[in-house]
Design a binder for this molecule. Structure first.
Ligand SMILES: [Mg+2]
Length: 226
């Protein structure tokens, strides 16, 4: 039986966190530096937290030695946002996919996200998804997105003591950047139009597979079985 590795993006793919991450970052900027809308000119979709914050630091002339205290504040704010805001949700079909495959011995779910690990865990545990993902690649490091995905693969190989073949590794995400990772690493990409990009925009990037959403989760599962 072939071993399949699924590398999941978080925002716009597994969950819609209703911009709570961005809000928590904006707040941290205001709390610490008294600057409003510190991320106004920073595109966040598909990007790594470490790079997003560094870019905002650069624009607002804040030195990188503040990164640790910034992320501490971000975590604190994110906890509060999640507690007081009930609108974040699991995207259609995700619960069904994860629940129905979690006992499948040849299928492994990991994270491949631009979120810093603490942020990722907070967002997912709030919606009960944390339990499905033991490991992954995260946006804490200053790296390219594809390097995060590569890290996720390496972590999966050593953690599960399994050598995944490239043709059985899938990167799943809602942005052109996720699809690009698939091409760079020569693994399969699955795009889903439940985030910031429309179906047509994603289609132009030529993913291996594309879904409007995972609502008809049986289609997603049959793809893996093929
Ligand atoms: Mg995303």
């Amino acid at each position: 039986m072939k071993n399949i590795l699924l590398i999941w993006d978080i925002d716009g793919t597994l969950i819609d966190s209703k911009g709570l991450g961005r809000k928590a970052m904006d707040k941290a900027f205001f709390n610490l530096y008294n600057i409003r809308e510190g991320f106004k000119d920073v595109n966040m979709a598909g990007r790594l937290d470490s790079r997003i914050v560094k870019k905002a630091f650069m624009i607002n002339r804040i030195v990188d030695s503040n990164l640790v205290s910034f992320f501490d504040k971000y975590e604190e704010n994110l906890k509060q946002e999640l507690k007081s805001n009930t609108s974040s949700r699991v995207l259609p079909g995700i619960n069904e996919i994860l629940e129905s495959t979690s006992q499948q011995e040849n299928l492994f779910h990991v994270l491949g996200t631009g979120n810093c690990e603490r942020g990722a865990r907070l967002k997912l545990s709030h919606l009960g998804l944390d339990k499905y993902f033991k490991i992954g690649g995260f946006g804490d490091e200053d790296a390219e997105r594809w390097e995060i995905i590569k890290k996720a693969i390496e972590n999966a190989q050593s953690f599960y003591k399994t050598d995944f073949k490239k043709e059985n590794i899938y990167v799943i995400g809602d942005t052109p950047l996720d699809i690009e990772c698939g091409k760079i690493l020569e693994i399969k990409s699955i795009a889903v139009a439940t985030g910031g990009y429309g179906y047509e925009d994603l289609l132009e990037c030529e993913p291996d597979y594309i879904f409007q959403s995972f609502e008809v989760f049986e289609e997603f599962l049959s793809l893996l079985a093929s």
